[in-house]
Design a protein around this ligand. Structure first.
Ligand code: COA
Length: 259
């Protein structure tokens, strides 16, 4: 599928989505957010795709925020709809049954930090910078930033970053638990591929179940322990479970079919 603001490629079962507005440091305009949503939906329905990498085009930036030029002139109601639409797309990433890794090749600011946080794992280049600088613009996060940053780094530091708008380095992000790995810039994609290759060798049904179960911890009015019980039960009914346990007993490598 051809997108206006995304480049997509599927290689060895891994879909790489590159946000392609480098002259605007890959700032997310409405069209780009919609396209990300569409790419994730397509991937969900494509059995050949086992994992997803989201990255930004160019040398400098993953995503430098929402496209500020589009925010001018929005009414209060339009602003709320704008936030809701983006949140739904980011939620679809978080709920994707396939593992999604953010390959953070530079600035991850505002909506960029939020996009990285909606992914399941984050690999940052040494040059990456993170922050929620919206208060400098008279704004706050719109795509889940006030909620997810607390989940990852706790209230103390999340509050400081949201109140000051300060940017932090990749090393600081690693120390705070915001990212999984920091690697030299040229190794970001290969580290993501290495992680996805490992995950791809596991049962896709189990991966989907564990994503659901982990997400349920943060869902209001949902008992995550119950979700775990349900998902565990679901796993027992899969061909993958039969294959995984048979392979263990027969001392061979499991070949999962994702059913
Ligand atoms: N929205 C729209 N355009 C953006 C953008 C954004 N969030 N971030 C960068 N750009 C554009 C700039 O306007 C500039 O476009 P131009 O060349 O047509 O003028 C281009 O990207 C390059 O940005 P520039 O500011 O010249 O690069 P820099 O290296 O000097 O600074 C940043 C990089 C990231 C520090 C700076 O661009 C910035 O502060 N961006 C906004 C970050 C932000 O507040 N994000 C939250 C938005 S809600």
């Amino acid at each position: 599928m051809i997108f206006e603001n995304l480049l997509t490629i599927i290689e060895n079962g891994i879909l790489t989505i590159t946000i392609n507005r480098p002259d605007k440091l890959n700032a997310l305009n409405k069209k780009t957010v919609e396209e990300i949503g569409l790419a994730i939906r397509n991937a969900e329905n494509n059995r050949d795709i086992k994992g997803i990498i989201i990255t930004g085009a160019g040398e400098k930036s993953f995503v430098a925020g929402a496209d500020i030029s589009e925010l001018f002139g929005l009414s209060i109601e339009e602003g709320k709809n704008y936030a809701k639409a983006g949140q739904l797309v980011f939620e679809s990433i978080e709920r994707s049954s396939k593992p999604v890794i953010a390959a953070i090749n530079g600035f991850a600011l505002g909506a960029g930090c939020e996009l990285a946080m909606a992914c399941h794992l984050r690999v940052a280049g040494e040059n990456a910078k993170f922050g929620q600088p919206e208060v400098s613009l008279g704004l706050i996060s719109a795509y889940g930033g006030t909620q997810r940053l607390i989940q990852y780094i706790g209230k103390t530091k999340a509050t400081e970053l949201h109140l000051t708008g300060d940017l932090i380095s990749a090393e600081e992000a690693l120390k705070l638990g915001l990212v999984n790995y920091v690697v030299p810039k040229e190794k970001i994609i290969s580290k993501c591929v290495e992680l996805l290759e490992k995950i791809k060798s596991k049962s896709p049904t189990a991966i989907s179940s564990v994503i659901n179960s982990l997400n349920s911890h943060f869902e209001k009015d949902v008992d995550g322990f119950n979700t775990e019980i349900e998902e565990f039960g679901k796993c027992l009914g899969t061909e993958d479970f039969k294959e995984g346990t048979s392979a263990f007993i027969e001392k061979r490598k499991a070949v999962f079919v994702g059913k």
